[in-house]
Write a protein that binds this ligand. Structure first.
Ligand code: ADP
Length: 498
């Protein structure tokens, strides 16, 4: 067992404990007796300090030319590449996902670095004619100010990168408040930002409990923007508070994503997609496949295929090379997933396979749950409507394409979606009619790429999109600029009209 990492806050280029010196621990979810890290339990005064320094740094950072700002982010990408393997090991230990997926988490950060760095030489605005003679008109993107980035544990490197990288290239300064479950991953990531040479105060890290340090950030009068990814309940609080205190806010919350399999689908392909979508990252992705909507003509056959493959999935610590399904992040979440089994049972669903906390051999050391298929699920059941965030997939039978799309859309969320069909007409009708921010044709619901917008409709978000060029809309404000070179007063809508 390795010695716990001693994590600190990073404020104004210095590594610091919380002012109170209080600390908390993070654990290995595959072996709860292993403490991975000790980290500061920060409070409002630590937040005040970070905000004051980020504000001070903003004054000069916003004036650093965007291509120069972007070069720091490019360097972060290079350093992430260099440290990919050690960071992947840490993600697997602290968050639990298998090493291949942990490498993917970092790769997403690397992709985001190189993509965001390119934006330093674009950040395009528009030029447009003026209605007046001898007058020039254009739009430019302006940074917003000090941004609080509040992130979850399921992508402990990728999500902070998605937020921090475009924010910094756009000229903002940032304060990262990572999830309590993955402080070491956040600390190692910020060490890399620091090693890239970013000036003091440009990027800051404040560890702690959501209701303490997260709340202090969201309510702080000198924060200009909050970018939040997490649960719908916390997101509602963040949105309300930012509304009341007039902050910009970008929210990424829950999902209840579905994969449709039509009778004309390539069933082997759809099976691979369903397994990866439902059980990849132990179902702990906001884009995870939580519902499988199956055409009645293939339902029986597909269910048998799915059951067979699910029974062979290997559970284990993410750090072990043959692990396919890692642990659940913590005991609270494990119990929550388990509780859904009672709910499913009471509502008349059938547990086809799984349904129990896994305790064989070494598994009892951690928070493992058997990959679970729920059959006979109807769209009104709680297991078809609520986000479970574990390795659980609900099967729903349909008779037509129209019914499949209607059921897919029958949710308050709208993040990701998928349909397997060989019929091009159905594929395009699905693209048109599915209510979701992301639609995959013949691919699973998970697997977003960093240069496309990421986010959802309905209660998944608040209309913003992360990643892609749309991230720039989160982290900048538009300024319209008029340059009058006529040397006289020209009154719009008056002097050029009779
Ligand atoms: P999860 O259920 O996945 O832990 P949360 O929404 O609770 O989702 O957590 C996501 C992030 O939000 C974490 O960094 C957490 O610390 C933070 N958080 C939790 N509660 C609050 C709050 N009241 N104010 C601000 N941030 C919070």
């Amino acid at each position: 067992m390795t010695t716990p990492l001693n994590c600190q806050n990073y404020i104004n280029g210095q590594w610091l404990n919380a002012a109170t010196e209080n600390t908390l621990n993070s654990h290995n979810p595959a072996d709860k007796s292993e403490i991975v890290a000790t980290f500061p339990r920060s409070q409002a005064d630590d937040v005040d300090r970070a905000v004051a320094n980020a504000r001070q740094a903003y004054r000069s950072w916003r004036k650093v030319p965007a291509p120069a700002r972007a070069e720091y982010i490019f360097r972060v990408g290079e350093l992430l590449l260099q440290h990919k393997e050690e960071l992947a090991q840490l993600i697997s230990r602290e968050m639990g996902k298998p090493l291949t997926e942990a490498r993917g988490d970092i790769q997403e950060g690397i992709d985001c670095a190189f993509y965001s760095a390119g934006e330093g030489r674009r950040l395009f605005g528009q030029t447009t004619p003026s209605e007046m003679p001898n007058k020039f008109a254009m739009t430019v993107r302006m940074p917003i100010g000090v941004c609080a980035l509040i992130t979850p544990w399921n992508f402990p490197v990728a999500i902070p990168c998605w937020k921090a990288m475009p924010a910094l290239v756009c000229g903002n300064t940032v304060i990262l408040k990572p999830a309590e479950d993955t402080p070491a991953c956040a600390t190692k990531l910020i060490e890399i930002f620091a090693a890239a040479g970013l000036p003091p105060g440009v990027i800051n890290l404040v560890h702690g409990v959501g209701e303490e340090v997260g709340k202090a950030l969201v309510e702080h009068p000198d924060i200009d923007l909050v970018s939040f990814t997490g649960s719908s309940a916390t997101g509602a609080y963040v949105g309300e508070t930012c509304g009341r205190t007039h902050k910009r806010v970008c929210l990424e919350m829950g999902g209840k994503n579905a994969q449709v399999v039509m009778e004309d689908a390539d069933l082997e392909l759809a099976l691979d997609g369903a397994l990866w979508g439902a059980f990849g990252t132990t179902g702990q992705r906001c884009t995870a496949t939580s519902r499988l909507i199956l055409h009645r003509d293939i339902k029986e056959k597909f269910t048998a295929m799915l059951r067979e493959r699910t029974s062979k999935l290997r559970l284990g610590a993410g750090t072990e090379l043959d692990t396919e399904i890692g642990p659940i992040i913590n005991n609270r979440q494990l119990q929550r997933v388990h509780e859904y089994m009672n709910i499913a049972h009471e509502e008349g669903a059938k547990i086809l396979i799984g349904g129990k906390i896994a305790t064989d051999g070494q598994l009892k050391q951690g928070y493992f749950f058997q990959p679970t298929i729920l059959d006979n699920v109807t769209p009104d059941m709680r297991v078809a409507r609520e986000e479970i965030f574990g390795p659980v997939v609900a099967l729903i039978e349909v008779s037509t394409f129209e019914e499949a799309i209607a059921i897919l859309n029958d949710t308050k969320y709208g993040l990701s979606s998928s349909i397997y069909t060989r019929d091009i007409n159905r594929a395009f009708a699905a693209i048109r009619d599915i209510e979701a921010g992301i639609t995959y044709i013949n691919g699973p619901t998970i697997g977003a790429e960093v240069h496309l917008p990421f986010g959802g409709v309905k209660q998944t978000g608040n209309g913003h999109r992360e990643a892609g060029t749309t991230a720039l809309d989160v982290f900048t404000e538009w300024k319209s600029v008029y340059v009058d070179f006529s040397g006289s007063l020209q009154r719009a809508q008056i002097d050029n009209r009779s």
